[in-house]
Design a protein around this ligand. Structure first.
Ligand SMILES: Cc1ncc(COP(=O)(O)O)c(C=O)c1O
Length: 440
């Protein structure tokens, strides 16, 4: 039962939706939304919310962004869909993606509909090019298809009783979660020592390993940004051993981390990059694998397609997304409002929670609350309550993180100063309302 919607809505929901589709654990899924504009959503009762969840970056241009709406409506009158037949948008979009992802004439592109399917495509390409096991890092999230759920090395994925062979999920201690270092070290003195175990494993078993999948920063699991040194060292190591390195930028790519790709901003290049979410402008699902031509061309001809992949409507919208990111002020604005949210929310939070830490890169703010209480459980429960109180004040945020102790704000890149100010004001009201007695 969803406690945030009326009895009537709730009964209707549970009558027709399978249990797996209900999201009672995440308070931001509570209200029933009927309209959106910019960074604002309205529920069925007419109440407004500031949307700092942004469809996990699918809505990087906010809701009902006029240039995208114009392209979509115009294109619908011209040609909406053809299945796998040729049209110029598909080639143009591939050319644009190769350019912004810096593969130019060394690269190729394969399109899919969802992020999960694109991850599977990258997986197919990797094992066709270099047979062997694939490895994923602790706490990453790569989707919810059978294969990608298994790749997402999390306790939640472990609940799935499906055995996809040849995947190895690494321990969470192999990932750089510096706010709560799993091996008790501090950056930079640690020299990213959390990578030592993985390095030993890769060196020992290099001949049996096809590829390592990474998220260059954890998205769904809490906007955790590892030091660039971690990724750079992993890149040198995999290159030395001939193992492929695949960057899942479904959430971080195309603007969220303040750049076209987080990997290149961190100073390394993947063999394959996976994109999704932002590419469809929040209007159409479209995803892509972009990367080294000789790897993608290992997938046998005709063995990878989806009915709706990169149809004329989707590519027209995606091309407008790229055009807006190239020539509009949005990347700069995203970095600017991200910085503002990080600074000002940290100031508000520390008045009540002196041990709160603010983190983030680009257009996001991740407030780490793991250290605010004497017990982890108290910190986790407080974080969940704060997220609910944010929603009560009309502010949608995510509660996530490897320990469930992070409040994450993901604004649209188009968010304006008034919306930022209102976000901070609503956060301030929420944190004042959240009881702190259990923290001592
Ligand atoms: C990093 C990452 N990879 C893959 C996916 C899966 O994308 P989709 O839900 O479109 O299948 C997600 C979705 O949240 C994601 O955040």
């Amino acid at each position: 039962m969803n406690p945030y919607i009326s009895e009537g809505w709730s009964q209707r929901e549970s009558r027709v939706l399978a249990r797996a589709a209900l999201r009672p654990h995440d308070p931001t899924y509570g209200p029933v939304f009927v309209r959106g504009e910019g960074s604002r959503l309205w529920d069925a009762e007419g109440r407004d919310y500031l949307d700092m969840t942004c469809g996990y970056s699918a809505n990087n241009f906010g809701h009902a962004f006029q240039p995208l709406v114009d392209v979509a409506t115009g294109h619908l009158r011209l040609i909406g869909h053809i299945t796998q037949q040729s049209h110029p948008g598909r080639w143009e979009l591939a050319e644009q993606l190769l350019s912004v992802c810096a593969y130019q004439d060394r690269g190729k592109v394969l399109f899919n509909v969802t992020g999960a399917r694109a991850i599977e495509t990258a997986w197919k390409a990797a094992v066709s090019s270099r047979p062997g096991r694939v490895i994923s890092l602790g706490n990453a999230f790569h989707g919810r298809s059978i294969a990608t759920s298994h790749l997402s090395a999390t306790a939640r994925a472990a609940e799935m009783v499906i055995n996809v062979s040849e995947v190895e999920q690494l321990a969470e201690s192999d990932f750089a979660y510096c706010a709560c270092c799993p091996i008790g070290l501090t950056f930079p003195d640690c020299h990213v020592g959390c990578l030592d175990g993985l390095e030993a494993k890769l060196r020992r078993h290099a001949a049996e390993i096809s590829a390592v999948f990474v998220e260059p920063a954890l998205g769904a699991r809490g906007y955790v940004f590892p030091p660039a040194e971690y990724m750079q060292r992993l890149r040198s190591l995999t290159s030395e051993l001939g193992i492929l390195l695949i960057s899942d930028e479904v959430q971080m790519g195309l603007g969220r981390a303040g750049d076209w790709l987080l990997s290149t901003a961190q100073g390394w290049q993947a063999d394959l990059v996976v994109l999704g979410k932002s590419l469809g402008g929040g209007l159409v699902p479209i995803s892509a694998v972009v990367g080294r031509a000789e790897i993608l061309d290992c997938i046998p001809p005709g063995s990878e397609s989806e009915t709706y992949a990169a149809n004329p409507l989707a590519t027209a919208i995606a091309l407008e997304v790229i055009r807006q990111l190239r020539s509009g002020p949005w990347m700069d604005n995203g970095r600017r409002i991200g910085e503002k949210l990080r600074c000002e929310i940290a100031v508000v939070a520390r008045d009540y929670l002196p041990r709160a830490n603010m983190e983030g890169v680009g257009a996001c703010a991740a407030l780490e609350l793991a250290h605010i209480a004497t017990t982890r459980q108290a910190a986790t429960e407080y974080t969940a309550q704060l997220a609910r109180d944010c929603m009560e004040t009309g502010l949608l945020v995510h509660r996530s993180g490897p320990l469930g102790t992070r409040i994450v704000l993901i604004p649209a890149l188009t968010t304006n100063d008034a919306e930022v100010a209102e976000t901070i004001a609503r956060f301030s009201t929420a944190i004042r309302a959240t009881p702190r007695a259990a923290l001592d």
